[in-house]
Design a protein around this ligand. Structure first.
Ligand code: F6P
Length: 364
């Protein structure tokens, strides 16, 4: 008789619209094979404190695919290889508690962990795989910066939200003859800024992959003025930086956090533009709005397909791999080839060429 598999699933890093769709698809596809599914809460936290594990059934995940966030909770501070632990003296020290994670995983007789996450969480999954834990990765992030997959779920929703915001800024910018600077997320990749800026008819798009010259940005804004357009929309990725300058960040944030907190380039740019052009300039940061609410149809579909594919991969015992989109197919790639490097916008990408060809300034 076929073994009744016990599948664990967790969601790690920043949330992204579509996480619940993966959970729904995994649960239903597993139950249809007569397997059991357990949700590990708060990233890897539920494998340390095993009270934080919930049984998932087709009933309790029914139609959650349309809901944003994750019913399992998530964190970008829960790396079991570098866990902040408070000692008896009240000091916080960083410890490797990964053995405990593997021990609990085995004690609970799980056959596989489906780790749904971004680059940080997938790297943790790969390191646990190297310690003998069967894992399958599912790529999520609004930033779309994971290697070996054309798209991650969450990205389409973030771009749609940012595009809608940029669309709305046109009328207010035009009414006041103002320059509006919109800072969008994306960490060190410019995918959100590029796609939303292009779709929302921005005048200037600044991305981390192309260091910008503030003089060029200001010249372009004044050139628009001469042509009769007295307002401008500038979309800037949070990780963009001036040529020869550095990224604006807010430091590492909480102890044990996987990545530094980016942000502030929009405000910096607005001040520089106002100073150099004399134009009334305002900045806004879209921030976590880009991660909130229901996933778009595209993200739901990708997430459902990724979840079902992950279960197929367990059936075929293809552990240590990640589900990836290679349109029109969903395929698997070794986790080893995914981690340690992010997927940036290539300089010769046709979206970059399109922006240039239709007259958008990239600050070059
Ligand atoms: O990786 C997703 C992301 O939203 C980035 O675009 C952003 O820099 C970061 O997470 C924000 O993290 P937090 O939710 O911890 O503020």
């Amino acid at each position: 008789m076929e073994k009744r598999m016990r599948v664990a699933i967790n969601t790690g890093g920043g949330d992204a619209p579509g996480l619940n769709a993966v959970i729904e698809a995994v649960t239903k596809a597993a139950y249809n094979r007569n397997w059991e599914v357990y949700g590990i809460k708060n990233s890897y936290g539920g494998l340390l404190n095993t009270d934080d594990i919930m049984r998932l059934t087709p009933e309790n995940v029914s139609h959650i695919s349309s809901i944003g966030g994750t019913i399992l909770g998530t964190t970008n501070r829960g790396n079991p290889f570098q866990m902040p632990v408070t000692n008896m003296a009240g000091d916080t020290e960083i410890r490797d508690v990964s053995d405990k994670v593997v021990e609990n995983f085995r004690r609970l007789r799980f056959d596989c962990l489906i780790a749904v996450g971004g680059d940080g969480s997938l790297e943790i999954a790969y390191n646990l795989f190297r310690k003998g834990m069967p894992v399958i990765g599912v790529p999520k992030t609004i930033d779309n910066d994971i290697q070996k997959t054309v798209i991650t779920f969450g990205f389409d929703t973030a771009v749609s939200i940012a595009t809608d915001a940029i669309d709305r800024l046109h009328s207010t910018a035009k009414s006041h003859d103002r320059v509006m600077v919109v800072e969008v997320m994306g960490r060190h990749a410019g995918w959100i800024a590029l796609n939303s800026g292009l779709s929302g008819s921005a005048d200037v798009i600044l991305i981390p992959e192309i260091p910008f010259h503030i003089g060029k940005v200001c010249d372009y804004i004044m050139e628009l003025e001469l042509r009769g357009q007295r307002y401008a929309i500038v979309v800037v990725a949070e990780g963009a930086a001036p040529a020869g300058g550095s990224i604006v960040d807010k430091g590492q944030g909480e102890i044990g956090r996987q990545h530094m907190v980016l942000g502030g380039i929009g405000e910096y740019l607005a001040k520089e533009i106002a100073k150099k052009t004399g134009k009334d300039t305002r900045s806004l940061v879209l921030g976590h709005l880009q991660r909130g609410g229901s996933p778009t149809t595209f993200d739901r579909l990708i997430a459902l397909r990724f979840g079902a594919a992950a279960v197929r991969m367990i059936e075929e015992k293809n552990f240590g791999t990640m589900v990836a989109l290679d349109p029109p197919h969903v395929k698997m790639v070794p986790l080893e080839e995914v981690i340690g490097q992010i997927k940036n916008v290539p300089a010769d990408h046709d979206t970059v060429k399109t922006a240039r060809e239709i007259g958008i300034s990239l600050g070059e």
